[in-house]
Structure formats: C-alpha cells, structure tokens
Design a protein around this ligand. Structure first.
Ligand SMILES: Nc1ncnc2c1ncn2[C@@H]1O[C@H](COP(=O)(O)OP(=O)(O)OP(=O)(O)O)[C@@H](O)[C@H]1O
Ligand SMILES: [Mg+2]
Length: 143
C-alpha cells in the first residue's frame, strides 16, 4: 500500500552534521522525499508531538531536547514506507539498536537518538498535518 510517513532529523542529528548521511540512506534505497523543511520546533508543537509521554518523568527533558536547535522535517512516500523507515531507524534506545540502522550507527542512548519516524498510518497523518499542514496527495514517481 502506498503511504506517507513523517521523519524528523532531531536537533542532535543536525548538530552532529548527519543531515546528508541520513538523507543518503533514504536516497540509496530509492525512497521518495516529497517534502522537506529545516526549522526549530516550538515547545507547543513538541508537547503535542510527544503528548503520549506527558506523564513520564523525562517529559520535560524531551521538550528541552527537541526545542534545543533546528530539526529537519521530511515526508517520505512509497509502498509500506511507515514500517520500512521504522526498520531503517532502529529501536528507540541507540545502545540497543542494530548496527546498520540509523540509531544503531549514530546514537548511543535512549533520549538523544537522532531521528523520529511515524509508527502507524494514523500517527503519520496527524504528524504530517502537524508539521506541514495539508500536503498534496501522493504523486506517483517514475524512477
Ligand atoms: N526512557 C526514556 N528516557 C529518556 N527519553 C526517552 C525514553 N523513552 C523515550 N524517550 C524519548 O522520547 C522519544 C519518543 O519515545 P517513543 O516511545 O515514541 O519511541 P520511538 O517511537 O522509538 O521514538 P520517536 O517517536 O522519537 O520516533 C524517544 O525517541 C526518545 O527521544
Ligand atoms: Mg514514537
């Protein structure tokens, strides 16, 4: 099924000059990047994005981290892209993420873990609208 997913290169990814290397991985797999923007996340948007963690003791730490510098927002699209990108990203804790995944290669801990990717079609729809507003319908690309 053709889907769209939202990816965020988090402030530590931008700070450590990983934008190019992360985009390269998506391009190497011929994934379609349909929207991209560099911006700093507001606290209001960070609160919404991580609302599912608001009762956790590290919630304020996540807000401080996610608003600490510019991020890169991306929309990727393609067949089963949500699960594909989650697999490329690796598990939450960088110390446990498999080598070859983005977190497994570039992150070493659970809080500052370089990248976000939507985890379901419902989350992807809400997150794309949150950070891009209404985006055009999926365009079939000939590669
Ligand atoms: N135990 C923890 N301690 C500190 N930070 C955490 C912890 N668990 C999660 N986080 C932070 O909150 C983010 C969101 O957690 P979530 O459970 O949604 O994991 P995820 O889906 O792998 O990550 P993301 O939503 O950022 O793609 C994590 O990516 C990490 O930055
Ligand atoms: Mg998540």
């Amino acid at each position: 099924m053709t889907e769209q997913t939202l990816v965020i290169i988090k402030p530590d990814g931008v700070r450590h000059n990983l934008i190019g290397r992360i985009l390269q991985r998506f391009e190497d797999r011929r994934l379609v990047i349909s929207h991209m923007r560099l911006d700093t996340m507001t606290e209001e948007l960070a609160r919404k994005h991580y609302a599912h963690l608001q009762d956790r003791p590290f919630f304020q730490e996540i807000l401080d981290y996610m608003t600490s510098g510019p991020v890169v927002y991306l929309v990727l699209e393609g067949e089963n892209i949500i699960q594909l990108v989650r697999t490329m990203v690796g598990v939450t804790d960088g110390a446990k993420a498999a080598p070859g995944t983005i977190r497994g290669d570039f992150a070493t801990n659970k809080s500052e873990n370089i990248i976000h990717a939507s985890d379901s079609p419902e989350a992807a729809r809400a997150e794309i609208e949150r950070f891009f507003g209404k985006v055009p319908a999926i365009i079939e690309c000939v590669s």
